[in-house]
Design a protein around this ligand. Structure first.
Ligand SMILES: [Zn+2]
Length: 480
């Protein structure tokens, strides 16, 4: 080290002017590199109008172009528009009746103003559901260049039991905010809001959200920083999505799990406590298996959500019916959704082309939760009743776990193949590699791909050659 410094001093004396230029360039590129390392930021101010059942949003998006190519426009997913028409609403036919118990109710996003770099700019709504908001930039955005986009829109919330909607007890604000489409192979992705699975692919960003709502509400979301008379402030880093859940009837229970603040919001105090216990236990189990939970807080929120459970970074939505069913499904679903904090929120993946990559891992993690909490017998009983039938199902014989979402016609087949047969694949890997090697691979996969969108190859890399070969056979249908 000393040597190099002396050489630099000698060089300085001779070539002062030249070096000044070189140093300036180095400082500039270091600055640029730092800017490149920083995540994009969403700064959202949202106001809930209870009477109109609308959410008024002002959203500022601070973006740095890391695509490696010049951009003329940015493309956002504006999911509320998927709820506009009955025929294209994001719900499977088999669940339509439950999703709209009072009949169909439309939701949408009305775009009022779009500005880029401080100037009003043109935009278009594209896609069959008009869920793609294409914002024209006032200049060509070169690689590593930055731009600020400001969107003003009003979201009309449907009366429904789906991810976004209102009911007599709660307001579900998930998929309400515009989020940048993932960029791939030289363009922004243009995925539709499909009725099956979780058809979302997005990069991590930092979110700062201020919500205003009548004071009688309790609001839940990731990174709760401050609550003040009808105003809630949230801030979180490395979030690939941001969801809020509101209710006037929420009972709250809270506990620390290590450094993580775990909160539970439910319609009875008993329900809140029960869900909290499971959430804390699941968090502790998965931290032991895979590595540290990726955020400072975790919230489990009850809601009228007819599908069961849904994961978001740092927060999950659980159907209120499960709190009352008394059949043990509440614990199962919370354990499953909590596992998604590792496999979805932490390590993202392509939930459209490779839904197994988060769902099979979350499902098998749920079995590992039961094994850790209740012992090997509990694992075995779940395996025999839920997982094995999928491997013996003749209709699924030869069908690989690695199917993309558009290959499925029913939620039941999707569940049997991706979740159950997917869990069988992971169990087979665990048996073949040995417990320690398997868990080491899972920890490596988590650590090496945290806050990225991992590809199937990244999972194979973590597994090592023998595991990768076996996994590939399950994904293609050569196994079992
Ligand atoms: Zn899941």
């Amino acid at each position: 080290m000393t040597d190099k410094r002396e050489a630099l001093v000698g060089f300085l004396k001779k070539r002062k002017a030249l070096l000044a230029g070189v140093l300036l360039l180095a400082a500039l590129s270091a600055l640029l590199a730092r800017a490149g390392g920083r995540s994009d930021r969403y700064i959202v101010e949202a106001e809930y109008d209870e009477t109109a059942q609308e959410l008024r949003v002002r959203e500022v998006f601070k973006y740095t172009n890391r695509t490696g190519q010049a951009l003329e426009a940015l493309c956002f997913n504006l999911w509320p528009n998927a709820y506009a028409e009955e025929k294209s609403a994001p719900v499977a036919n088999s669940e339509r009746q439950q999703a709209y118990p009072d009949g169909f109710s439309a939701g949408s996003a009305r775009v009022e103003e779009v500005r880029a770099a401080g100037k009003e700019t043109g935009y278009r709504l594209e896609g069959a559901q008009r869920t793609l908001l294409k914002v024209q930039l006032p200049f060509t955005l070169r690689p590593m260049g930055s731009v600020e986009v400001e969107l003003r829109y009003t979201v009309a919330l449907p009366r429904t039991c789906l991810r976004m909607g209102v009911s007599d007890t709660d307001v579900r604000l998930s998929g309400v905010f515009a989020t940048l489409c993932a960029f791939e192979d030289g363009e922004f992705r243009t995925d539709a809001y499909a009725p099956l699975g979780d058809p979302f692919v997005s990069e991590c960003a930092n979110w700062q959200v201020t919500l205003t709502a009548p004071q009688s509400y309790v609001a839940a979301g990731t990174g709760l920083a401050e609550t003040d008379q009808g105003v809630w402030r949230f801030a979180g880093e490395h979030l690939r999505d941001f969801a809020l859940f509101l209710s006037k009837d929420y009972c709250v229970a809270q506990q620390k799990a290590g450094d993580v603040t775990v909160r539970s919001f439910a319609f009875t105090q008993e329900g809140a406590e029960q869900a909290l216990d499971t959430a804390v236990q699941a968090l502790t189990v998965y931290e032991g298996l895979y590595g540290a939970y990726p955020y400072d807080d975790y919230s489990v929120c009850a809601g009228q959500f007819c599908i069961g459970g849904m994961e978001y970074p740092g927060v999950v939505l659980i159907d209120d019916a499960l709190y009352r069913s008394g059949d043990g499904m509440l614990e199962f679903v919370i354990a499953h959704e909590t596992a998604h904090q590792w496999w979805y929120a932490g390590v993202g993946s392509d939930q459209i082309r490779a839904p197994w990559q988060d769902e099979a891992l979350a499902e098998y993690s749920t079995l590992l939760y039961y094994e850790a909490v209740y012992g090997a017998e509990s694992f075995d009983s779940l395996y025999q009743s839920m997982v094995r039938p999928a491997t013996e199902n003749m209709a699924l014989a030869g069908v690989g776990v690695g199917q993309s979402l558009d290959k499925f016609e029913s939620a039941a087949t999707y569940d049997a193949l991706v979740y159950r047969k997917g869990a069988a694949m992971l169990h087979d890997l665990r048996v073949a590699l040995g417990n320690d090697t398997f868990l080491e691979a899972m920890r490596r996969y988590y650590r090496d791909n945290l806050f990225t969108l991992a590809r199937p190859e990244d999972f194979f890399t973590a597994l090592g050659e023998q595991g990768a070969q076996r996994a590939a056979q399950w994904l293609s249908g050569e196994r079992p």
